[in-house]
Design a protein around this ligand. Structure first.
Ligand code: TC6
Length: 697
């Protein structure tokens, strides 16, 4: 195996090339390799300067995230950075690709920095619940001041090296061959007798003390009250950089890093990072080969269909929209145009791109136009008969091997597939609204879906920039099943004495983007009502059922779009206020049912909601609907506003402890056993001393 850090001498310059694919993460071996390379170059009189560069697609994109949470191995990255900075010979970092996190910190510790013009830099540690703990919080502000440093560290977003704010970091941006230019630059340093230039000695970033303090104060205010630990620690460290001597600042940073890296939040955020990458690994990809996708058909130009079309156009695909008649077609095309116009108005695309996107779109009121499509996605109303009729017509017009997908949120994809003669080409692609923005895509694999069809679905997801998650056929797949359990828990608490407003406040405090009743008002109460009516004949009469939602719908209160739902909305406002009539309806239902209301603490509301989600998650796993617990987490993080810093419901349960969750479930199960009875998977895992993480593979 080649060394993870290659050492080569060119013309008196030692070139240290990190070669640790895919992203040159700074693993223990890489850190050792860099330190060894430094020592070798320092001890060799022939060497006048060093270059650190990355092989393959990028300069190191960070510390090796999989090493956090394990016992630390020497040398630590902060020591490596110090070694670089204290090297008596000039060290040049030559950046390309994505120089992120610890990778960028290595560059900050070097004495000179060059970058390919296409490179991007960033300090995304905050997205993992940590901070740039290899001196990044101390060195960055010394070069660029607090404003830009905090921008990089708190947003976590990469910045092109060509951005104005990035200029102070670089001595030169390179258009040509980076390695050749870096060696030439190092040669010039040797020839001119240029000194080392330790970042720790720089003071440019502190030159405007008032601006520095203002930036700190503004960020502190912006994050006040937020539950995440890392942003506050970052602000403290950047403040310390200006107040403390460098070495003391490093100690300060180290303590703050330890606080972050050992927190549950960081464990959860690291879990989320790997979970969304693991989700894309479908077993079918071992055999399945994706078919070519250039032309997509979408049937139905409503809100969801229009969003799907926009997502495809934005990804450079040709799209044919089909609607049932010309007026529906016109409305659908207008919806799509409006989405693309908004992107133009907001400056997200230029006029040429906007025109090119719409130029790839055509529409028709009959299915014949779908004959040449590689994939067709049906996005019409949730009605099995309508869908089956569409699929039988579709089967007759599409070319051989075209993938036929349904965007159903709940219906049985196996049954839909029976309407065709090619069930192996049928699968579910469950988009989330707005489909051109939401990154989650549940890829529903039916009994007869072929591996090639699955591979094509996954390839399409990636092309659209989505995170695909595999689900088997099940009423509500993964996300809507978990959501339904969450809502059942909420409804039972309402029945027993809580208000929708207490529920929403408690779940927002838990970290959900919106409370369950706010979400229902936003999505439209009529959607759930239609489903409840569909399922009414099969509802178990022994299960307690709150009728409040049905009463609201019968009164025409469908949520935000009608100005009334669980909340009241002023004309044009999305912010609701509690509605006393809703509370009166609730009280009267409780009276009718003979329920003596009791109060619920915030903690109990949160625990009941979490337990309901996790218990359903366990069922979903045991039934094989989801492939692994982390897939359920990915769905809930990306489709349902579950707080990322909790890692998703299954990770949150692991962090609470499965014994505790099972004991809570047993306690809740004294009433409404149908919802709370712990799934047998809990016993199985607890017996083996395992948790959900152990099932992630
Ligand atoms: C840090 O540096 C802290 C420093 C302070 C220390 C004291 N480690 O995303 P992709 C894997 S914190 C380990 O699909 P892309 C990834 O799991 C770190 N593994 O590729 C995947 O593995 P798989 C700060 C990593 O081209 C494979 O590489 N840095 C790491 O879409 C490909 O990844 C970051 O947060 C890592 N650091 O995007 C950057 N990075 O094939 C995190 C990637 O087995 N990384 N992997 O599934 C990224 O944002 C992106 O990977 C990317 C490339 C933009 C670099």
């Amino acid at each position: 195996m080649a060394d993870v850090v290659a050492y080569e001498v060119v013309d008196g310059v030692a070139v240290l090339t990190v070669q640790n694919p895919p992203v040159n993460a700074l693993s223990t071996a890489v850190r050792r390799g860099i330190v060894e390379g430094l020592a070798r170059a320092e001890g060799d009189e022939e060497i006048g300067a060093l270059v650190i560069i990355g092989d393959g697609r990028t300069f190191p994109a960070g510390a090796d995230i999989s090493e956090f949470g394990k016992p630390p191995a020497d040398p630590w990255l902060p020591e490596v950075c110090n070694r670089i900075e204290l090297c008596p010979k000039p060290v040049v970092a030559a950046l390309h690709g994505t120089a992120l996190g610890g990778g960028f910190e290595v560059a900050l510790a070097a004495h000179y920095r060059l970058a390919a013009t296409s490179a991007r830099i960033g300090l995304p540690e905050v997205t993992l619940g940590i901070l740039p703990g290899a001196g990044g919080t101390q060195r960055t502000p010394r070069i660029v001041g607090a404003e830009v440093a905090l921008d990089l560290m708190l947003s976590g977003k990469p910045m092109p090296v060509t951005a104005k704010a990035a200029q102070p970091f670089f001595d030169k941006l390179i258009d040509g061959d980076l390695r050749t230019e870096a060696i030439a630059f190092a040669r010039d340093l040797i020839e001119s007798g240029a000194p080392t230039r330790p970042t720790r000695e720089m003071t440019e970033g502190f030159s405007d003390g008032a601006a520095y303090q203002d930036a700190i104060a503004a960020r502190r205010k912006a994050i006040a009250g937020r539950p995440e630990i890392a942003p506050a620690e970052i602000v403290r460290c950047v403040e310390a950089a200006a107040l403390l001597p460098f070495e003391t600042g490093l100690d300060f940073e180290r303590a703050a890093f330890e606080t972050c890296v050992t927190s549950d939040q960081s464990a959860a955020l690291r879990h989320a990072f790997f979970a969304e990458r693991r989700a894309a690994k479908f077993p079918e990809l071992a055999d399945g080969r994706p078919r070519e996708i250039e032309h997509v058909g979408v049937i139905g130009g409503g809100t969801m269909g229009a969003g799907i079309v926009a997502a495809c156009l934005d990804a450079g695909l040709r799209v044919s929209l089909v609607e049932r008649d010309n007026s529906a077609l016109k409305a659908g095309l207008e919806r799509i145009t409006a989405i693309e116009d908004r992107a133009l108005e907001r400056g997200r695309v230029d006029a040429d791109t906007h025109a090119a996107r719409l130029g790839r779109l055509n529409g028709a009121a009959d299915m014949v136009s779908l004959a040449e499509c590689d994939v067709v996605i049906e996005a019409v109303i949730e009605d099995m008969d309508v869908k089956k009729q569409i699929f039988s017509q579709l089967d007759a017009v599409v070319k051989e091997g075209a993938v036929m997908a349904t965007n159903t949120s709940y219906l049985d994809v196996n049954e839909i597939a029976t309407a065709t003669d090619a069930p192996e080409d049928v699968l579910g692609l469950h988009f989330f609204s707005p489909a051109n923005i939401m990154r989650l895509l549940e890829v529903v694999v039916a009994d007869k879906t072929s591996p090639d069809t699955v591979a094509t679905g996954v390839a399409l997801a990636k092309r659209l920039g989505k995170i695909p998650v595999r689900s088997a056929v099940s009423d509500g797949f993964i996300g809507n099943r978990v959501l339904s359990a969450y809502r059942n828990a909420a409804e039972l608490m309402l029945m027993d004495g809580a208000t929708p407003y207490e529920l929403d406040d408690a779940m927002r405090a838990f970290g959900m983007a919106l409370g369950p009743y706010q979400v229902m008002d936003l999505a439209g109460l009529d959607i759930g009502w239609a489903r409840r009516k569909r399922l009414a004949p099969s509802r178990d009469p022994s299960q307690r059922y709150l009728e409040l939602g049905d009463r609201l719908c019968e009164a025409g209160h469908f949520g935000q779009k009608t100005g009334r739902g669980y909340y009241r909305y002023k004309e044009g406002s999305r912010k609701g206020t509690p509605d006393p009539e809703v509370l009166a309806l609730l009280e009267s239902e409780r009276r009718e049912k003979g329920v003596a209301p009791r109060s619920f603490t915030v903690a109990e509301i949160q625990r009941r909601c979490l337990c309901a989600m996790v218990n359903e998650g366990a069922k979903i796993l045991r039934e094989g609907v989801a492939s692994r617990p982390s897939d359920i987490d990915t769905v809930m993080l990306h489709g349902y506003g579950f707080p990322r810093w909790r890692g998703g419901p299954m990770k949150a349960a692991d962090l609470v402890g499965l014994l505790q969750i099972r004991s809570d479930l047993r306690r809740f199960a004294e009433k409404d056993t149908w919802l709370w009875e712990p799934d047998p998977l809990f016993d199985e895992l607890i017996r083996k001393g395992e948790d959900f993480e152990s099932l992630n593979g």
